[in-house]
Design a protein around this ligand. Structure first.
Ligand code: GTP
Ligand code: MG
Length: 591
């Protein structure tokens, strides 16, 4: 408050001042014999000149004119006739209203300050875009606090080596203005120098030297783009079978799988052969929990294909039964679309009908489970179910790094996380305060399911936060070393003809990896649906209810409670041997 005098409350009015009230002047008794000058002088001598009333009259009303002030005090009944008195009374009344308003403002500000303490990060959020109207300034702050309202989708691009995943990812970034023309031209030159001219779009995603010189993806490439409908993260998985564990990491975060299939003569066949990655990737994507699989039949421009409908239909009809076998509901979850990732046809803009006259009828009829002409239109039309922003927080840790504290990376699978929250990290049960949240470089005030975020945990060391740990709010997830599961046997290593108790493999669930042993088989169901209680072994293609034990405890949940923490794969010798879900965890005291 301006002009506040801390001593004001100690000020005591004189007897005369106390009687004076604005608008109701109770004057001292007038002198009995008014003898103008003499009387005035005698009255003046009685006056205590330090009296506030005197000072007020002398200074405020009479501008220091002593005689005029004496005249007023001697004839208080006439005071109302002086215009300066009226002006003073009005200004006193106004200033009192102002004081009341300031008090209210102080209370309001106090309340506002209290409410702002909760969300300190809001202050570090990017400044709102300047608005002309003062009132409108508040709106962008609210948005910055709660993040972009568009839903965030994680897309994993999967498929056999050289199917065109990186080229398609790179072209999407180019078509959505995330890469400029000059950079593309630079990549064209660099690709030419490496004798890999056609890989120039893949260079957008394949950034390290090994990837560029060999023309294969090794690490999962990450990038983001946006449309009016959604925000997207691309996870460009490696197709080569040596890098399947990297692909699993990418797929474990994904909401939508984009299965890239090369239609080129010979390439579709080798990708789909027994050793091809098409099968394994599709299977893993389903097991790891993608909600949709968008199958793009790529390289339609290629001279051996030339946008022929027969080739497209051939690929689709061969894929359908296989994808059904992986557990996808074709009609609801799988969509097929012909594209050229290289020249962009049907990626953002529809293919020229002169080049591909049959596509229009196809999508207009809703054949292939889509009525959208382009890949991006199709992605924008998808709706994800089952994201629960009100459930307890679950963030499997994908990785972590040190930057003035330990920063964990991961995708929010459920719940809403905010700075200042207390979280429990499983399996260690250590508790931390969330010091900050970021999406790439942007500080966030909250993050909902689907967001890929960085979380700074107060006081956590690098060893306290590891890949495969889960950041939780109460009640935290379980942490177990054994579980009853239902698995499907997909493939077995050379030396093991059947799966028996004692079978060992690497257990992959969300971002966690651990050595595991099948310790007991309870029952098997063969391909004909016949159940064998207490069976001793299982063959490829059988469903098995079994006990699995892991070498160290892993944060997990039963599939029915939290599907994203309850599904897993068993891999050994470079093969996915089984996919499974957790049916039952040990009673809680074992945690
Ligand atoms: P990995 O990451 O190693 O599994 O390969 P990838 O699936 O990412 O394939 P990439 O994008 O590196 O492309 C492999 C080759 O296929 C490159 O020579 C591309 O130019 C070519 N290619 C990709 N898409 C198309 C397409 O739509 N048409 C044609 N003609 N060639 C394509
Ligand atoms: Mg690639």
């Amino acid at each position: 408050m301006s002009g506040f005098n801390p001593n004001a409350s100690e000020w005591k009015p004189s007897a005369a001042a106390a009687e004076w009230t604005p608008g109701g002047f109770t004057a001292p008794a007038p002198a009995p014999t008014p003898a103008p000058l003499a009387a005035a002088e005698s009255t003046a001598s009685d006056i205590d000149e330090s009296d506030p009333l005197w000072q007020l009259v002398l200074n405020k009303i009479c501008n220091g004119d002593r005689d005029r002030a004496l005249k007023m005090i001697n004839n208080p009944d006439s005071l109302a006739e002086y215009p300066e008195v009226e002006a003073l009374l009005t200004s006193i009344a106004e200033s009192m209203n102002e004081d009341d308003w300031e008090k209210e403002g102080d209370q309001l500000a106090g309340k506002l300050e209290e409410s702002m303490v909760i969300d300190d990060v809001a202050k570090t959020a990017p400044p709102p875009v300047a608005m002309e109207e003062e009132e409108e300034e508040a709106a962008p702050v609210v948005e910055a606090v709660e993040g972009d309202p568009r839903e965030h989708f994680n897309l994993v691009f999967i498929g056999h080596v050289d199917a065109g995943k990186s080229t398609l990812s790179g072209n999407i970034l180019y078509l959505t203005d995330n890469v400029d023309k000059r950079t593309i031209e630079k990549y064209e030159r660099e690709a030419k120098e490496l004798n890999r001219e056609s890989w120039f779009l893949a260079f957008i995603m394949d950034t390290n030297e090994e990837e560029r010189s060999k023309g294969i993806t090794v690490e999962v490439g990450r990038a983001t783009f946006q449309t009016d409908a959604h925000r997207y993260s691309i996870l460009d998985a490696p197709g080569h079978k040596n890098y399947v564990p990297n692909m699993i990491m990418g797929a474990s975060q994904a909401d939508v799988g984009v299965l890239v299939i090369s239609a080129r003569k010979g390439e579709f066949e080798s990708g789909f052969d027994k050793g091809g990655q098409t099968r394994e990737h599709a299977l893993l994507a389903k097991t790891l929990g993608v909600s949709y699989l968008v199958v793009v039949i790529n390289k339609m421009d290629e001279p051996t294909v030339q946008w022929k409908k027969e080739r497209f239909d051939e690929c689709v009809s061969k894929l359908k039964p296989f994808l059904k076998g992986c557990g996808f509901t074709i009609k609801r979850e799988v969509k097929f679309m012909p594209i050229s990732g290289l020249n962009g046809a049907n990626v953002k803009d529809e293919v020229d009908p002169k080049v591909c006259p049959w596509w229009k009828d196809c999508y207009k009829n809703g054949d292939n489970n889509t009525d959208k002409p382009t890949l991006m239109g199709l992605l924008d039309s998808l709706e994800l179910k089952g994201r629960d922003a009100d459930a307890p927080v679950r963030i499997p840790v994908l990785d972590r790094y040190s930057d003035r504290g330990t920063i964990a990376m991961g995708k929010v699978e459920s719940g809403t996380i905010r700075p200042g929250m207390k979280v429990t990290v499983m399996p260690t049960r250590q508790k931390y305060k969330v010091d900050g949240l970021w999406s790439e470089e942007t500080p966030l005030a909250s993050a909902r399911p689907g967001e890929n975020i960085l979380v700074k945990l107060s006081g956590a060391g690098m060893e306290d936060i590891q890949k495969g740990f889960v950041i939780c709010t109460d009640p935290p997830c379980r942490s177990v070393d054994k579980m009853i599961c239902q698995i499907m046997v997909m493939d077995l290593p050379e030396h093991a003809k059947v799966l028996t108790a004692g079978f060992q493999a690497i257990f992959h669930a969300h971002c966690a990896e651990e050595e595991a042993t099948v310790t007991k088989i309870f029952e098997t169901t063969d391909k004909k649906g016949k159940v064998h209680k207490g069976a001793a072994f299982a063959n490829v293609g059988m469903r098995v209810v079994c006990m699995i034990e892991v070498a160290r405890t892993v944060p997990l949940e039963a599939f029915d409670d939290y599907p994203f923490l309850g599904r897993f794969t068993l891999r050994t010798e470079g093969k996915t041997c089984a996919i499974g879900v957790i049916k039952k965890l040990p009673p809680k005291k074992d945690d």
